[in-house]
Design a protein around this ligand. Structure first.
Ligand SMILES: O=P(O)(O)OC[C@H]1O[C@H](OP(=O)(O)OP(=O)(O)O)[C@H](O)[C@@H]1O
Ligand SMILES: NC(=O)CC[C@H](N)C(=O)O
Ligand SMILES: [Mg+2]
Length: 506
């Protein structure tokens, strides 16, 4: 779940893209990058680190031009090497730069095809470089002069070849900006406009919050299989380019990934999280009408919205019993288990008075590996809680994700092959409550009834692209489990196009 942004404006876009990336930072903390286009040249800066660490004044000054794209990365394929940070660039045809959120599930097969049939070489292990090359190859079948229709034809062929979850934004040298969303709309992408004295400016982004910050009016989400082309004059052209588009957006965006102040597929994430809190409150009341919960305490940050609503619904006091260190990022999207474990303790600290002698209900948005809740329950006990109950606003996460969330190994998921009660025992809770999957879907549908169905694969093991079987998951687990990733860490030797270096003079 990386963050992507594209901006075509009437003046320099570097600051606008930087600002958008800072509000998309929660989608990727490993690397950041920006590619602008100026008078026929692409200018690139990308590196490992947070947005504020990657772009210094000297880089910003060099990122000239009124058209650009940006990316914050949370790796879900290949390595976390700087060379695999994004955007990527390819020189033929025209010169194309691309940033991608998601994961291709057939990238190995595509890589072979690109080499043997399309005569293209992929220089990294990133699936995003594969996506860019498929797009480039299909675009290369068009003529010297591109019209919107030609671009949409190329995207149509990309959808026929690529499988998985992908939202991508690209620049085509001399022609404009393009974005497209996979035929199931698994990963989100929205676009908005801003009126300048010289004409219309357009921003495309993973989440609407990026548009808010830039003063853009949200037009809408791209639909499943839809593409948008913004020409150099700022004119917007859109077309659905998939043969059988079906909206199956990732429900985990609403549970955890997206910011609550974003609107995805027409639904305020804040609203869907509130409904999750209500539904789970209902479940607790029906399973345990004479409960003895004294206080509801959220595990900051993401669970706050659901926990507050749940407490009100239960008629129980809500208290902020854990303080969050604002300088530690999201732990779940950190690359290794050792770092994730250590960061939970650095990130959260208990306020003893809220726990002493009380029966506390701790609420989190989800339990994935169990890294957070195990430590938190112990902290609550150490702070003097009498009983510690635990509620997850999402159902048990039992299956790997293959569409752009780095949960590749079933064996690393605490609920895989376990009952709810077994998870409760393992994490040390006196009682555990999980959301029901139908209730989770209803929570989202109640905010936008048009969202009929979702990708819920991490909860039900049903992969909407239809190409995932046990053999695929076994290969994925072997190649991307935590210890496999540890062994490939530090692989920075891959070559890439010239990247602005830190040792350049100011
Ligand atoms: O079971 P786990 O493997 O620990 O994963 C689940 C936890 O990770 C996330 O928090 P994170 O710190 O990433 O972000 P947040 O501050 O947005 O809650 C999520 O909100 C849960 O708290
Ligand atoms: N989280 C994502 O969207 C990752 C995009 C791409 N698969 C990468 O690893 O760079
Ligand atoms: Mg959390």
């Amino acid at each position: 779940m990386c963050g992507i942004v594209g901006l075509l404006a009437k003046q320099a876009v570097n600051q606008g893209i930087y600002d958008a990336l800072t509000v998309l930072q929660h989608r990727g903390q490993d690397a950041a990058g920006m590619m602008t286009w100026n008078e026929g040249r692409f200018l690139l800066r990308k590196s490992n680190g947070l947005v504020r660490d990657v772009f210094h004044t000297r880089h910003m000054a060099r990122l000239k031009g009124n058209l650009g794209i940006g990316h914050v990365r949370y790796p879900t394929a290949g390595s976390s090497s700087e060379a695999e940070s994004q955007p990527f660039y390819v020189n033929s045809p025209y010169g194309i730069a691309l940033a991608h959120n998601g994961n291709l599930t057939n990238s190995e097969q595509l890589k072979q095809e690109l080499f043997s049939t399309d005569l293209r070489h992929i220089n990294t292990s990133s699936d995003s470089e594969v996506l860019l090359n498929v797009f480039a190859h299909e675009l290369g079948k068009q003529g010297l002069h591109l019209e919107a229709e030609d671009i949409f034809d190329a995207v149509r062929r990309v959808h026929r070849r690529c499988k998985g979850g992908y939202a991508a934004v690209a620049i085509i040298n001399g022609f404009g900006m393009v974005a497209f969303r996979d035929p199931h709309g698994i990963r989100p992408v929205v676009f908005g406009t801003r009126q300048d004295a010289d004409g219309q400016e357009v921003m495309i982004a993973s989440e609407s919050v990026a548009l808010d910050v830039g003063g853009f009016e949200l037009e809408r989400d791209l639909g499943p299989g839809e593409a948008i082309f913004v020409d150099m004059q700022g004119q917007v052209h859109t077309q659905v380019c998939a043969d059988r588009p079906q909206l199956r957006s990732c429900i985990f965006e609403h549970v955890y990934l997206a910011r609550p102040d974003s609107i995805l597929d027409g639904a305020y994430v804040y609203g869907t999280r509130m409904q999750m809190g209500r539904k789970l409150g209902d479940r607790i009341l029906s399973e345990w009408p004479d409960h003895d919960i004294d206080v509801v305490i959220p595990i900051p940050d993401t669970s706050r919205t659901s926990a507050l609503e749940m407490a009100q619904h239960l008629g129980v006091t809500y208290r902020e019993g854990f303080m969050k260190n604002r300088y530690i990022g999201r732990t779940f999207i950190m690359p290794g288990q050792t770092q994730r474990k250590k960061s939970v303790r650095q990130k959260l600290n208990a306020i003893d008075v809220e726990f002493k002698g009380k029966n506390v209900l701790l609420v989190d948005d989800s339990i994935v590996r169990g890294t957070t809740c195990k430590q938190i329950i112990q902290m609550a006990r150490d702070a003097g809680a009498r009983k510690v109950y635990f509620a997850s606003a999402a159902p048990p996460v039992r299956y790997p994700n293959v569409y752009g969330i780095d949960m590749p190994a079933a064996s690393e998921l605490i609920a895989h092959g376990r009952t709810e009660e077994e998870v409760g025992q393992l994490i040390g809770a006196d009682r555990i409550f999980y959301q029901d999957l139908e209730d989770l879907k209803d929570a989202c549908r109640e905010v936008n009834p048009d969202m009929e169905a979702f990708d819920c694969s991490v909860f039900d093991g049903n992969y909407v692209t239809g190409d995932i079987d046990d053999a695929y998951l076994a290969v994925l687990e072997a190649s991307r489990n935590d210890s496999a990733k540890d062994q490939s860490a530090g692989d920075h030797a891959l070559v890439d196009m010239h990247n602005q270096d830190d040792d350049l003079d100011d």
